[in-house]
Design a binder for this molecule. Structure first.
Ligand code: ADP
Ligand code: AMP
Length: 214
């Protein structure tokens, strides 16, 4: 099963992608996580990506596409994967389609997690991410057992640099101009599914499972 998560930054793509990956035993592939791991390790790719991420801009397609295609070519992706944060532009979607078509394959579902902009700023300012394992929480909606400490691995939680309100506004602009057109793109391919992302995370997940299993 090959699934794409669509939605604004902060809509809950990562939260749902992790749950899908666990339930269906497929890898969760997040280009944002790959960039953040590179930043943490001080690689050349990380330094380049950080310039764009800190501004709320997209990392250029040339860099992003290569990383994604290398990742999904790995052995663990051969039975499927859930993509979170990729594609974010029409050219990225076209490259992915072309690569899949060459393998006689295609995307099964593009799930749009729909959350209005008004809710997004609140979600992002409350998001806390684990420095070690990448798990995400929300200080009000999805709190940890011990404040500031990851439930899963015990490491420290941080507010991402690009989750500051000014950067979030820029990221929402970028989302509306560059990423939202993907909704029409995947609708035309007959694989788009919509879920109401304003519900409680467990209810959103139940809706996703229902549509994957119908
Ligand atoms: P994305 O991957 O789309 O950027 P995340 O999955 O990281 O978004 O979610 C953004 C923030 O909102 C996180 O703090 C997360 O814990 C919280 N969140 C995710 N889903 C929900 C939900 N259904 N209701 C309330 N908060 C949520
Ligand atoms: P995310 O963790 O998905 O919110 O991504 C964080 C940031 O990484 C984005 O704001 C972009 O700067 C960059 N990024 C992640 N995925 C992509 C992508 N597919 N194309 C371009 N930039 C990306």
């Amino acid at each position: 099963m090959k699934i794409i998560m669509l939605g604004a930054p902060g809509a809950g793509k990562g939260t749902q992608a992790k749950m899908i990956a666990d339930k269906y035993s497929i890898p969760h592939v997040s280009t944002g996580d790959i960039f953040r791991a590179n930043i943490k390790n001080g690689t050349a790719l990380g330094m380049e990506a950080k310039k764009y991420m800190d501004q709320g801009q997209l990392v250029p397609d040339e860099l992003t596409v290569k990383i994604l295609l290398d990742r999904v070519a790995q052995e663990d992706c051969k039975n499927g994967y859930v993509l979170d944060g990729f594609p974010r532009t029409i050219p990225q979607a076209e490259v992915l389609d072309k690569a899949l078509t060459e393998l006689g394959d295609s995307i099964d579902y593009a799930i749009n997690v729909d959350v209005p902009d008004e809710n997004i700023i609140n979600r992002m300012s409350g998001r806390r991410a684990c420095v070690a394992c990448g798990a995400t929480y929300h200080i009000v909606h999805i709190p940890t057992k011990v404040e500031g400490i990851c439930d899963r691995c015990g490491a420290e939680l941080i507010l991402r640099d690009d989750d500051k309100p000014e950067t979030v506004k820029k990221r929402l602009d970028v989302y509306h101009t560059q990423t939202q057109p993907l909704i029409d793109y995947y609708t035309a391919k007959g694989v788009l599914r919509e879920v109401d992302g304003t519900k409680d995370m467990k209810d959103v997940f139940a809706d996703i499972v229902k549509l994957l299993e119908q």
